[in-house]
Design a protein. Structure first.
Length: 212
């Protein structure tokens, strides 16, 4: 079975393909190409995947890929946009007594807990960015980091006092930074148990400290 079928990403990707990409039939072709790219990166790593391999996996001509994306970094940049969760808005009602569960949920969604494929893709891309300038430019890291703003907003919502922006940013960066370390430096998948450990033993105590 194609490894990408294990990912929750593909269940919603049809809705996320922008209408501006060609005719309706082209949407299905683009989905097939993105699926192929993500499958291969999850299986082999970013550096080992070529446009020829993606075309072969997607049953598409290589010229079809190059008509849509000028190079592999730009194709993967679009695939990453699809595989990352959509930005959300905070739910103020959940920033009170349910804050702990809310923060765990936000982090688990963003880092793809229980989604082996997405974590493998994120790991491969994150390690390739430092070596591939074109990939870094194509992905635009501000897009990826902007997805964590919801975590920052949830923390700010629950505090009883106004924190300096730099203090708030530092507090909000702790959780995502530790999960990135777990994924990228150790190479181990992120499990819900670890997310809960970070929230329970670090984030919540830090929030409580800053409430005083």
């Amino acid at each position: 079975m194609d490894i990408i079928n294990k990912s929750s990403f593909i269940k919603n990707v049809e809705k996320k393909v922008p209408a501006k990409i060609g005719r309706p039939i082209d949407k299905l072709r683009d989905i097939a190409i993105l699926r192929a790219a993500l499958t291969l990166v999850a299986e082999q790593g970013y550096d080992s995947v070529t446009m020829d391999a993606i075309a072969l996996k997607a049953h598409a001509g290589k010229s079809t890929l190059y008509r849509r994306w000028k190079s592999k970094p730009y194709l993967m940049a679009e695939a990453i946009r699809f595989i990352m969760p959509c930005e959300q808005k905070i739910d103020p009602k959940r920033c009170g007594e349910n804050l702990r569960d809310y923060l765990c949920e936000i982090l688990s969604i963003y880092f793809g807990v229980k989604d082996e494929v997405r974590q493998k893709v994120m790991l491969s891309i994150a390690t390739a960015i430092s070596r591939d300038k074109s990939l870094s430019q194509a992905i635009h890291l501000d897009f990826i980091t902007s997805q964590t703003f919801i975590f920052r907003d949830a923390i700010e919502c629950t505090l009883n006092k106004k924190l300096d922006e730099h203090q708030l940013d530092l507090l909000a960066d702790v959780g995502p930074a530790l999960l990135c370390y777990q994924l990228i430096i150790t190479g181990n998948p992120i499990e819900m148990k670890y997310v809960e450990h970070v929230v329970d033993d670090l984030i919540i105590p830090l929030i409580s400290l800053n409430k005083k």
